[in-house]
Design a protein around this ligand. Structure first.
Ligand code: COA
Length: 152
């Protein structure tokens, strides 16, 4: 089991996990998923067991005016590997990478109905910024969360 960045050969295994974790219309399509993994500002960490991706987090680095921030696109853990601390581990890895890129904020949207994910973000000191009705294509609402991080 190791944590490392995405490599092109990981794509099928990673996308199989996306298909397990999300159904349409919430699922990212293959093109969008490949884009967020390979664009130059992508920050991603994968938990890989031999050649199989069992968990991953994907973020993207943004610079708006003087603020450098990382937006977390998604975090997903294979159902058979949940409650083993991988979400905490991946969020810690992402935060460390964000600091290494001199980012001072993390941002994410979370489905307002996703109580497990909301609990995890709040435990890690993410703060609710706003509620957005009809955010998802399904019509579901989201919360926008932010965490301020210190640079090293
Ligand atoms: C949300 C998700 C990423 C959590 O991953 P995980 O690896 O199981 O989480 P961890 O093992 O690191 O657990 C973190 C905390 O959440 C709790 N938790 C995890 N799953 C839980 C569940 N089903 N019910 C209640 N608590 C749960 C853990 O007990 C732990 O809490 P603790 O601090 O009290 O110990 C995972 O359930 C998942 O992939 N869900 C589908 C995709 C998703 O919703 N992603 C998030 C939004 S983009």
């Amino acid at each position: 089991m190791k944590i490392r960045p995405f490599q092109p050969d990981d794509f099928e295994s990673l996308y199989a996990l996306e298909e397990l974790c999300f159904s349409e219309p919430l699922r990212f399509d293959r093109e969008y998923m490949f884009k967020i993994l390979t664009q130059p500002d992508s920050i991603n960490h994968l938990v890989v067991d031999t050649e199989t991706v069992i968990a991953f987090i994907i973020g993207s680095l943004h610079q708006k005016t003087a603020v450098r921030a990382v937006y977390i696109e998604t975090i997903e853990v294979h159902p058979e590997h949940r409650r083993n601390g991988y979400a905490y581990k991946l969020l810690a890895e992402l935060e460390a990478s964000a600091r290494a890129h001199s980012a001072t904020q993390l941002w994410l949207h979370v489905d307002a109905a996703n109580a497990v994910a909301i609990k995890i973000y709040e435990r890690l000191n993410f703060v609710q910024h706003k509620y957005i009705d009809h955010f998802y294509p399904s019509g579901g609402a989201a919360y926008l969360y932010r965490k301020n991080i210190e640079t090293q």
